[in-house]
Design a protein. Structure first.
Length: 461
């Protein structure tokens, strides 16, 4: 950046005066956003974040009706998609929101249709039991998707608190010199990564996708964040420990997840397939490049100035509400049918075929070499997590060795990619990752994190 440009930035940005109202417009929504999405709270039965707690409260009130509501939304998704793609009415094509929701490729129309059929089969118990059993379609429609439904509603409506009032600009300036050299990411992604890690992976995917669509991330950056930091929630991590009867080891367990996850986060962006993603922006948005901090200006000064400027320019709260409603509609209409379609297929394969057992065979000698007891029984758990994050814990719950169960518990979380929820979310979102990418990322994350987990397990046990 030239000296003239820097001087211009200092004059127009740093020297700008703000009123108390301008600062409050940045501080109040941002603090509420941090409280809701990032600050962990102990609810007695586990650690969570407020947005997840509120989601569970809504689920407790309307949980029985959610599967039917989801089916109705899926039917609307399919009908709208068929009308938009086949008839191409002006009412849909000329309306930005409707066009985004329904004017999708033929592949996604078919995926939405398949997910809707699976949901109907599960609710009304017709067709093959492989689809609607409690461990396949039933697990998705009655256990996972209701949580997604309520989480999408709250997160979608409240995400503008993180996005629209300057918080990402402020945090981005503070962490610019860390995120870029360590994780090859822009500074503003630090808040995204933290929300993805501490809060919930689904929230992280939604936040990442929105930032990518608005031009703040390149294709590579969006793919890295979504597949590297979107960890399952702390609460769900505890559920895995309970399945494996390891509750007494929560602190070393979660410490191992953090260490192995950070090592993977450093390595994964530098190898295929993430390293080969292009540094170009979303096709429907102008890429907003990260600005350098002018000479003589501190990171805090620059970040605060950028943040308050962003908040000051956000004049309309009605537009913020409209954006929140758009977020919710995108995820309900576009993602829920995809999660149902892809997740059901993956769980049917895992439950009724030896596919994942066969794929896990190569891990048997690896685990034996690493001196893992009951290696033959543990080997399938190294790959079956690709179908669903709970499957390794279910499959490994009968293993006697605490060391082996500890390894299974840690690896199942650090693998990150599972089709029943996270994989379906990613494929249904705008984040530029393919099914092939997810397979490779799952394999490489497993190979990176497994040795770290095994070393710690041997030290502990």
């Amino acid at each position: 950046m030239s000296g003239i440009t820097e001087a211009k930035i200092k004059t127009t940005k740093i020297d700008q005066s703000f009123t108390l109202i301008d600062y409050l417009k940045f501080l109040i929504p941002s603090l509420i956003g941090i409280l809701l999405f990032i600050v962990p709270i102990n609810m007695g039965d586990g650690i969570t974040v407020p947005i997840a707690f509120l989601s569970n409260q809504i689920y407790g009130l309307i949980g029985d009706w959610i599967p039917t509501m989801v089916l109705i939304i899926m039917v609307i998704s399919v009908v709208g998609s068929l009308v938009a793609t086949l008839l191409k009415p002006k009412l849909v094509l000329e309306n930005k929101m409707l066009n985004t929701l329904f004017n999708v490729s033929k592949f996604w129309v078919m995926a939405r249709l398949l997910g809707t059929i699976f949901a109907a089969m599960t609710i009304y118990q017709f067709g093959t039991e492989m689809v609607y059993s409690e461990n396949t379609g039933g697990l998705l429609l009655y256990d996972l998707i209701p949580i997604l439904f309520t989480t999408f509603f709250l997160a979608g409506m409240l995400l503008p608190l993180l996005l629209n009032f300057g918080l990402l600009e402020f945090v981005g300036a503070l962490f610019m010199k860390i995120m870029r050299p360590v994780f090859t990411l822009p500074g503003r992604s630090s808040l995204d990564c933290l929300a993805s890690w501490v809060g919930d992976g689904t929230i992280g995917v939604l936040l990442t996708s929105k930032q990518y669509e608005e031009g703040y991330y390149t294709k590579r950056e969006a793919a890295v964040i979504a597949t590297t930091f979107s960890v399952v929630s702390i609460t769900f991590s505890i559920v895995i420990l309970q399945y494996l009867d390891l509750e007494a080891h929560f602190i070393p367990y979660y410490g191992t997840i953090i260490l192995a996850g950070l090592v993977a986060a450093v390595i994964m962006p530098r190898i295929r397939p993430l390293s080969k993603k292009t540094d170009t922006g979303y096709e429907k948005a102008e890429l907003k490049e990260e600005e350098n901090i002018p000479a003589g200006v501190s990171q805090v000064q620059w970040g605060l100035n950028k943040a308050v400027t962003k908040a000051k320019n956000n004049e309309s709260f009605s537009s913020t509400f409209k954006e929140g409603f758009q977020n919710v509609s995108d995820m309900w209409v576009g993602v829920l049918p995809i999660v149902m379609a892809i997740g059901t297929v993956a769980l049917v394969i895992a439950e009724f075929t030896p596919f994942f057992t066969i794929l896990g065979k190569p891990f048997e000698p690896i685990l034996t070499l690493m001196q893992i007891p009951e290696a033959a029984e543990a080997a399938p758990t190294m790959v079956i997590g690709f179908a669903d994050m709970l499957m390794p814990a279910i499959l490994g719950s009968g293993i006697e060795s605490e060391l082996t169960r500890f390894v299974i518990a840690c690896v199942s979380v650090t693998q990150l990619v599972y089709l029943s929820e996270m994989g379906g979310l990613l494929l249904g979102s705008k984040v530029p990752v393919s099914f092939k990418d997810l397979v490779l990322i799952f394999i490489f994350r497993t190979l990176i994190t497994l040795p770290i987990v095994v070393i710690i397990a041997h030290i502990l046990f």
